[in-house]
Ligand binder design. Structure first.
Ligand SMILES: CC(C)(COP(=O)(O)OP(=O)(O)OC[C@H]1O[C@@H](n2cnc3c(N)ncnc32)[C@H](O)[C@@H]1OP(=O)(O)O)[C@@H](O)C(=O)NCCC(=O)NCCS
Length: 206
């Protein structure tokens, strides 16, 4: 499965979306008081928290935006710092990842409000905010396009030493080539791993 990558550079204009009434949003960041993200059972969040502490990430911006309604978590979106899996990201960049809305809460604007909250908090001169989704994930693509992100290109997940887990997400067809209808570049950084789940924006739920 191919992915479509999006970016919002620096202080480029982006529409602001608020949470619908009755919802509360807040940022979780690793702390002594709250060492692990609450109500998120998936192991990937523990792994990312460990990677934050081990300084695997290239900056200290790891965070998760949590949306609750009546005390129940209905949405989360992660802020993942640059790391080796997305080699096109600069050291100060972040990626919005693992975006997920509870099935019964979808279509109410929670995802776009979460992206908007992350943009408002993390955008900065010289920092690009990235996002990617499988090319058939129409809901996810709609959300990020609504939020004003521009298509950066299409790509694949590569394997390293035969393992998708060690591979990278690479852009092999930049947006300007898509506009001109040209095919993907030859990929020389590894074998494409068409494993059906991209492992980036929404690894736990996909
Ligand atoms: C993708 C996802 C996070 C969207 O969450 P959401 O809270 O329903 O999104 P929003 O309500 O903010 O929707 C924003 C826009 O996307 C549209 N949208 C939502 N679901 C859609 C769907 N299935 N197909 C097409 N458009 C969709 C909404 O209609 C809205 O656009 P509109 O204002 O023009 O109507 C949610 O569908 C989800 O959790 N999916 C499973 C996990 C996943 O795929 N995550 C993304 C990984 S990259």
């Amino acid at each position: 499965m191919r992915q479509r990558h999006y970016k919002l550079a620096g202080l480029a204009p982006a529409p602001a979306f608020a949470l619908p009434p009755g919802h509360e949003g807040r940022f979780w960041t690793p702390s002594l008081h709250e060492p692990l993200p609450p109500d998120l059972p998936a192991r990937i969040f523990t792994a990312w928290t460990a990677m934050h502490h081990l300084r695997v990430f290239r900056n200290r911006l790891f965070a998760i935006y949590l949306v609750s309604r009546d005390g129940r978590l209905v949405h989360r979106s992660c802020v993942l710092p640059a790391w080796y899996r997305l080699p096109f990201m600069a050291a100060q960049d972040i990626q919005i990842a693992a975006t997920h809305t509870a099935p019964e809460a979808r279509g109410q604007g929670l995802a776009r409000a979460a992206v908007s909250a992350i943009v408002a908090r993390f955008r900065a001169p010289g920092r690009t905010i990235w996002y990617f989704a499988n090319e058939d994930n129409h809901a996810s693509l709609r959300v990020i396009e609504q939020c004003g992100f521009a298509c950066a290109g299409e790509g694949v997940r590569t394997r390293r030493h035969g393992l998708a887990l060690l591979g990278q997400f690479v852009i092999d067809r930049p947006a300007d080539l898509i506009d001109r209808g040209q095919p993907a570049d030859f990929i020389d950084s590894g074998q494409p791993a068409d494993i059906g789940e991209p492992g980036g924006p929404d690894q736990p739920a996909r």
